[in-house]
Design a protein around this ligand. Structure first.
Ligand SMILES: N[C@@H](CCC(=O)N[C@@H](CS)C(=O)NCC(=O)O)C(=O)O
Length: 218
């Protein structure tokens, strides 16, 4: 039995989309459990028992919890290789993991510094500066992703949807909160529009109740 604990619009979108794609391809069912991050539900004793980091996502497999996006997605890909969520050939898979890890361990934390500067330093002025600096850095990272997906046709690795597509969508969507206009990254934006139209992605967007357009002009 597979159970995903997710926060609407959070990085848990990545395994959430993967589970939806797996269900469509194999019939393997899963339960989606919402964690209201803004209400602090990730810090309840019940949730901390399955994820002591107080974060989403957590995938519970037959009662056993697994945390960390990359570990969860690696598990899903190895268990359901027929879905083709990652390239199968060893070198191509290693390259894919390299990009996946960079999004998870570099781009994602850069955004966390923009979204929650109070987690990293005290004082309003210091937090404002941290936010400004990391928003500019985040933009350069989105530009790098835009370079990677310039030849995506239609998705990151071709015909089959991957974890990378769901992560790339999430990171551009977060960009709106960092003051980055998606129209200023037109190749990336057009690719995300294709990804958003995939049935597994559209189903998760609907279940999470999120809007893709988050950018507001100042
Ligand atoms: N390295 C972790 C990062 C997870 C993470 O940053 N989760 C965020 C949402 S995107 C979270 O749960 N934040 C809640 C909080 O910090 O209170 C992973 O890969 O799973």
């Amino acid at each position: 039995m597979l159970e995903l604990h997710y926060g609407p619009g959070a990085c848990s979108f990545v395994p959430h989309v993967a589970l939806e794609a797996i269900r469509a391809a194999t019939g393997e069912d899963f339960t989606a459990r919402m964690v209201r991050l803004h209400k602090g539900e990730q810090r309840t004793p019940e949730y901390l028992a399955i994820n002591p980091n107080a974060q989403v996502p957590t995938l519970v497999v037959d009662g056993k919890p697994l945390s960390q996006i990359v570990a969860i997605c690696d598990y899903l890909d190895r268990r359901f290789p027929q879905v083709g969520l990652l390239p199968a050939e060893s070198w191509a898979r290693a390259q894919a993991m390299s990009q996946f890890l960079w999004m998870n361990n570099t781009v994602h934390p850069t955004f966390t510094h923009v979204f929650m500067p109070d987690r990293f330093c005290d004082g309003e002025a210091t937090q404002a500066e941290l936010k400004r600096f990391n928003a500019a850095l985040y933009r350069t990272q989105l530009e790098r992703i835009q370079g990677w997906i310039a030849s995506a046709s239609p998705y990151w690795f071709g015909e089959r949807l991957s974890f990378h597509d769901a992560y790339a969508l999430t990171l551009l969507r977060w960009g709106g909160f960092a003051g980055i206009d998606p129209d200023s990254l037109p190749v990336y934006k057009a690719y995300v529009d294709r990804v958003a139209a995939h049935p597994a992605v559209a189903a998760v967007v609907a279940r999470e109740g999120i809007k893709l357009g988050t950018f507001r002009k100042a």
